[in-house]
Design a protein around this ligand. Structure first.
Ligand code: ATP
Ligand code: MG
Ligand code: MG
Length: 383
């Protein structure tokens, strides 16, 4: 057996919490850097945690002293602190990968060198209306104006439908570094979880993701009515994109499936990802199990990443009232084959991810029928 390695995790949100669940089952101590009552710390009782933020260099240094390998549940971390501690402790994935990926424009410039298909885009240098109007001439309308950094759940995106929207778009994303993307006319959004190990790049099956208000709402594994050839192409594209970065662990790759069945990368994340939550029930090893194993060089039999049973994941997102997620949970308790995961984040805020539910069944159609009553409940509670 291995020598009781300790893992340090930057961030103790729901992703950190689910990593802790996996680490716990292998008696691996996970030391969390985050606020004291963060969701991950609530389920992990030992004295190795560090209080503070993954954006404070001192706190990152302190965490590095407590563990054998450091990883992150979020890409918006201080990569200069990670660069510094990398001489003393392993950092997985590499700080270079996290630094490039956390800036979506740099991420895309990097991936372009590897021939990864993406929507055409332009960098804004001055963030002036004249500059964006010029870009609009080049890319056409609609286009998606995006913040290069600190983007999540679409908070950092603004759809510019015409020249008239330019002032509002620049106001909505003011003081942020920006780039603009040509509109992708997709018929479906796909995602693949990739696991990079010391000598392999593995992938989970391709899933279909459905975003509502730019937030992931539903994930279908496998993607509905997508031929196996596309499932394989999407996995190959995701592995190729992730191979462009150094380091081990889970990476989430989001893609667009266009009308002509070609694939385009939307973005990737250097971490476990919402589009992979279904793997907890749907596969022998979840994305969280695989991430822990990958960063510790423990074996990952590729067969353990195959789909065991069709699965649908529904996010429980904060709605119009602070207890809407609890009402959704109540409804989920009566759904057959539903596994409920609550993140213990306290009162819900509109748009905040409070938990998720995964329903498994013999066929994706059966799973759809079973989860539909819960989707209806969630839809009535939207903010
Ligand atoms: P995440 O929470 O996944 O990190 P994010 O805030 O980084 O999201 P993106 O993934 O870039 O944002 O975009 C969010 C959603 O907006 C996409 O899933 C897609 O539905 C839509 N979108 C993004 N870019 C485009 C585009 N170029 N054309 C059309 N739709 C787009
Ligand atoms: Mg993103
Ligand atoms: Mg995204």
């Amino acid at each position: 057996m291995w020598n009781s390695p300790k893992v340090g995790i930057l961030g103790g949100g729901q992703l950190g919490r689910m990593l802790v669940e996996s680490a716990n089952r292998l008696n691996i101590q996970a030391n969390i850097l985050d606020a004291d009552n963060s969701p991950a710390k609530q389920i992990s009782s030992h004295d190795g945690h560090v209080t503070g933020s993954f954006k404070e260099p001192d706190a990152v240094r302190k965490l590095a002293e407590t563990c054998d390998v450091i990883t992150a549940e979020i890409e918006h971390v201080d990569t200069y602190a990670l660069e510094e501690v990398a001489s003393k402790v392993r950092v997985e994935p590499s700080w270079q990968a996290i630094r490039t990926i956390q800036n979506k424009f740099n991420q895309k410039e990097h991936l372009r060198k590897y021939g990864i298909p993406m929507a055409e885009h332009r960098e804004l240098v001055n963030n002036t209306p004249e500059e964006l109007a010029q870009i609009g001439e080049e890319l056409g309308y609609p286009m998606m104006l995006k913040s290069k950094t600190m983007a999540y759940d679409g908070r950092g995106n603004f759809r510019v439908n015409s020249k008239e929207d330019i002032p509002e778009a620049l106001e909505a994303l003011k003081d942020r570094p920006l780039y603009s993307e040509k509109w992708a006319y997709f018929k479906m959004e796909l995602a693949v979880m990739v696991i990079k190990t010391k000598d392999d790049v593995l992938s989970y099956p391709t899933v279909e993701t459905v975003q509502e208000d730019s937030i992931c709402k539903l994930v279908y594994a496998p993607a509905r009515n997508v031929p196996d050839a596309i499932n394989q192409q999407a996995q190959a594209l995701a592995r190729k994109a992730v191979s462009a970065f150094e380091g081990k662990g889970a990476f989430g790759v989001e893609m667009f499936l266009l009308e002509d069945n070609s694939l385009m990368l939307c973005e990737l994340a250097s971490r476990i990802h919402n589009s992979g939550h279904w793997t907890i029930e749907g596969c022998a090893l979840s994305q969280f199990d695989s991430h822990i194993r990958a960063i510790l060089d423990l074996p990952i039999p590729p067969k353990s990443l195959e789909l065991l049973q069709p699965s649908i994941m529904l996010n429980i997102i904060g709605g119009a009232t602070p207890d809407s997620h609890l009402k959704a949970t109540e409804a989920a308790l009566s759904i057959p084959n539903a596994s409920i995961h609550l993140y213990s984040k306290g009162a819900a805020k509109p748009g905040r991810k409070m938990g998720h539910v995964t329903v498994t069944a013999a066929t994706i159609h059966e799973a759809e029928t079973m989860i539909q009553p819960l989707v209806d409940v969630v839809d009535t509670m939207r903010a």
